[in-house]
Unconditional design. Sequence first.
Length: 206
Amino acid sequence: MSHDIQDVTCIVLANEFTYFPLPDRFYSSNVDSSVLEYMLDSIWTVFDKILVVSSVEPPLEIIERTNSVGARIIMVKPSTFAEALKSSIENVVTPITFVISGDRPLIKPNVLFFIGYGVKNFDCLIPKWSNGQFDVFLAAYRTDRLKDFLYSKNGSSKFEHIPNLLENLSFVSIEGDLKLLDPELHSFIRIRAEKDIGKIVKIIKG
């Protein structure tokens, strides 16, 4: 995929729900598919370079099924999302890094594109809710600035507060701009506990 805008690497930060099975794979309903595969169905259509950062080795069948989209798996020690990001960021050579938590099976390609290629001259582009909360794990960052931040003193422990610590940043309204691209805001539904899986399955099955 070629773009007239800056090249982007997508980092998927896997957790215990990333390899959880979900029904009704888009291209084949004969077998269950993982949360990761649902995400990659959208991600590979937007970004050429994809890194899956994981502290748990994915099942072999998932590795085999995801090879076709060119996702590279990087193993790290068990850690927080921010620490895993710090451990893997040196593998990124593109000017922009798109960071996404691996628990969003309903992520939409147009949301990925809007954020990933919308950084322009800012250090980052971060979705923001109307109540003032940010989504730093569905955001785009200038790679050199992200590296500097993560490797600064206590940088990884401060990562979730990055919107308050950087000056040259841009926000995109979730209920405004992004809702136009994803009216149900399914891209922002995360699996944080087993009880959330039922909600995801209900949406998948319609």
